[in-house]
Design a protein around this ligand. Structure first.
Ligand code: ATP
Length: 413
């Protein structure tokens, strides 16, 4: 099977330049009586959730949401319980029928799909990994993974061979003949993941897959997702209510509140330039130095001497890594790319990022800043602030903030 769905994507491009896989525009899902009148009536759309409920008996679980999920990105939908995450992601494949708005996958109108096209969408193009695994209890691990291939009509020998490859890929080698009841929660989740992967979908949709797992196993699974994404560059949409998980996994995060996307941006944009007080409060306790990059902190070199000496660091290195480099060298560091010095950072620049006293985090980079609020179409405003890792490349600095690689060589690591 092909395990490199994005192998045609140039290794050097950025996520923002890639075509959208999912394109969502003005999407609404309203539960309740005469739901369709809500999106169409400006008087009703202007109401708060509580007012809408008392006036109409309706809940707008998704309210005028627009975004693109781009090829090869991990797109995280984050928000507190009841903010509309599951409803939004279920609308993508019409597991929940939207009330209004448009959804396209690779340009094809999802809302216009007939039953068989929808089945094909869910089976082959956008496979879902659920929190409660959805495994068949009487089947072995191997047969659970092969199940989706059986549904696709593949012969027994071929599907078992393919399933065995995927089982090994998710670290379950040796457990092929066990039944789900004989596995730990983490192992069961791996089977769920393997089953979704087996059909080689263009997009993997994860519905809070790890929230029932204990913290260590959860971290394991997060790393598994990072590894899979690094190796395959598969497009992923990941629901979570956990900010740390969102920051760790997401190339971009859509932060939801009361059915609306209050901000959509890279982890750096969300932490460095919160769109409003709600987001600011949400990210208040995030260690900024582990999320913000030196792009945010750098300033122009004061002299040719400053531009020519000092340790070299990559623009996407975190502030935390830069602190280490500057502390070791005892001098400002140069932010280098392709042998060019983009700027420099000294201890005081870095400290102001940590303290949150830098003028407005992200303001030094014209590409930075929030690009989304409310109903505005989001994510189309050009490249994200942080240099995006290309497909197949590990964005290891952000994802493993506690073990930064040394970043002090002349050739930035
Ligand atoms: N079938 C339904 N009928 C009526 N209201 C619903 C239905 N499903 C969801 N809702 C409401 O829609 C809103 C969004 O629910 P949703 O499950 O999408 O939130 P969520 O962010 O995924 O929450 P959680 O993290 O708890 O799963 C909530 O107010 C919920 O009560």
């Amino acid at each position: 099977m092909s395990t490199t769905p994005n192998s045609t994507t140039a290794a050097t491009d950025t996520v923002a330049e890639r075509p959208p896989v999912f394109s969502v525009d003005g999407l609404w899902k309203v539960f309740g009586p005469k739901a369709a009148r809500v999106p169409a009536d400006p008087d009703l759309t202007a109401l708060s959730p509580a007012e809408l409920r008392s006036r109409t008996g309706c809940t707008a679980a998704v309210a005028d949401v627009s975004f693109d999920v781009r090829k090869g990105e991990v797109f995280v939908v984050m928000g507190l319980s009841g903010s509309g995450k599951s409803t939004l992601v279920r609308c993508l494949t019409r597991l929940i029928e939207p009330t209004a708005g448009s959804i396209a996958i690779d340009g094809e109108d999802v809302r216009a799909m007939d039953k068989s096209r929808l089945r094909e969408l869910r089976r082959h193009r956008a496979a879902m990994v659920f929190q409660h695994f959805g495994l068949l209890p009487h089947r072995t691990v191997l047969d659970n993974v092969a199940y989706g291939l059986e549904v696709q009509g593949l012969g027994r020998a071929e599907r078992r061979e393919r399933a065995a490859t995927i089982v090994a890929k998710v670290g379950l080698e040796g457990l092929e003949q066990r039944r789900p009841g004989q596995l730990s929660g983490g192992q069961r989740q791996r089977v769920g993941l393997a089953r979704a992967l087996a059909v080689d979908p263009e997009v993997l949709l994860f519905d809070e897959p790890f929230s029932a797992l204990d913290p260590l196993i959860r971290r394991d699974m997060q790393e598994e997702v990072v590894r899979l994404h690094r190796e395959e560059g598969r497009t992923m949409v990941f629901i979570t209510h956990d900010l740390q998980e969102a920051l760790k996994l997401g190339d971009r995060i859509a932060l939801m509140r009361d059915g609306r996307v209050v901000q959509l941006g890279t982890p750096e944009e969300i932490v460095g330039s919160p769109a409003d007080d709600y987001v600011r409060e949400f990210v208040r306790d995030v260690p900024r130095e582990q999320v913000l990059t030196v792009r945010t902190a750098m300033r122009p070199a004061a002299s040719a001497d400053e531009a020519g000496t000092g340790p070299a660091i990559r623009p996407e290195a975190t502030v935390s890594e830069a602190i280490e480099a500057v502390a070791r060298a005892g001098s400002p560091a140069r932010v280098m790319t392709d042998g060019r010095c983009l700027g420099v950072v000294d201890a005081s620049d870095l400290l102001s990022v940590v303290a949150g006293t830098d003028a407005a985090a992200g303001s030094r980079d014209p590409a930075a800043g929030s690009r989304a609020a409310g109903a505005a179409r989001v994510g189309d405003g050009g490249p994200p602030a942080r240099a995006k890792p290309s497909v197949g490349e590990a964005p290891a600095t952000r994802r493993k903030p506690t073990t930064p690689p040394p970043a002090t060589s002349e050739e930035p690591a």
